[in-house]
Design a protein around this ligand. Structure first.
Ligand code: HEM
Length: 237
């Protein structure tokens, strides 16, 4: 059967490493979960939470509109990123929405960092990684306008990889919360450290992938680019 032939184009999608796909979906699920949790908290504030958590919730509820303007576009961007990068055929308007919501997420992330829980350490991480994300997104957009499909996809992949660092910060924060009785570190101290660790992990991992031999093998002209498959009609220039 044609589809099961190892050299058939459609079979090459499965050659993408499992670790990459698992990491990607892990980050997507965490991102959506944190948004749903925060939206729920903004709409129906819970009671009886530990003081540390209640204080953080109160902070976000005090600027609920800005928080919503950050997290709703962010969630939409993450969903669009999955759709756009997984689809084998491009969709003009889905990509436009991808760039639009990506820009909104980045812009509101700067605003969210005016009064960050983690102070200057967190703000510095936001300045570095958010700027890196937005520059990658802008470069992808510019390459799109020039019709450079393969390189556009590389920069879109980079932008998404960096942005999903926000999801990696969450388990890191979880470890800090769980060990706070021993470390005596509060959210004000560890949020910033968690931001640096989470975003750094994603930034390194995405560069490893983008420079890997495995990806280069997938770089079969006219067939596959980026993390995911590209249709034959999306030929690089
Ligand atoms: C470049 C990427 C991003 C940056 C730099 C960023 C930055 C920030 C900052 C600075 C805050 C405020 C934290 C504080 O006050 O201490 C925040 C809050 C938040 N962000 Fe983002 N963000 C990014 C992407 C995302 C994405 C992709 C999602 C989810 C889809 C997301 C979901 C949230 C949520 C839910 C909050 C509220 C806090 C919470 O419930 O934990 N962010 N973000």
């Amino acid at each position: 059967m044609a589809l099961s032939r190892p050299d058939h184009p459609s079979s090459r999608t499965s050659r993408h490493p499992l670790w990459l796909l698992l990491g990607f979906w892990f980050c997507v699920v965490i991102s959506i979960a944190v948004v749903l949790r925060r939206l729920n908290e903004l709409i129906r504030p819970s009671h009886g939470r530990p003081p540390q958590m209640a204080a953080i919730d109160a902070t976000f509820s005090s600027h609920a509109v800005l928080t919503a303007m950050h997290i709703i576009p962010a969630a939409l961007f993450v969903v669009l990123a999955a759709v756009v990068l997984l689809r084998r055929t491009g969709s003009e308007w889905l990509e436009r929405l991808f760039f639009f919501f990506g820009a909104m997420t980045g812009a509101t992330a700067y605003a969210m960092s005016f009064h960050p829980v983690g102070g200057w350490v967190e703000r510095s991480a936001v300045l570095v990684f958010n700027t890196w994300f937005l520059l990658s997104l802008a470069r992808a957009y510019w390459l799109r306008l020039r019709g450079e499909t393969a390189r556009r996809r590389e920069w879109m992949t980079r932008a998404v990889g960096i942005l999903l660092g926000i999801a990696t910060t969450r388990p890191v924060m979880g470890v800090f919360f769980a060990t706070s009785a021993h470390t005596h570190l509060g959210p004000n101290q560890f949020f910033g450290i968690a931001f640096w660790i989470g975003f750094s992990i994603n930034a390194v991992v995405i560069e490893i992938w983008l420079h890997s031999k495995r990806r280069a093998q997938l770089h079969n002209p006219g067939l596959y680019f980026g993390i995911f498959a590209v249709s034959p009609n999306e030929h690089p220039s």
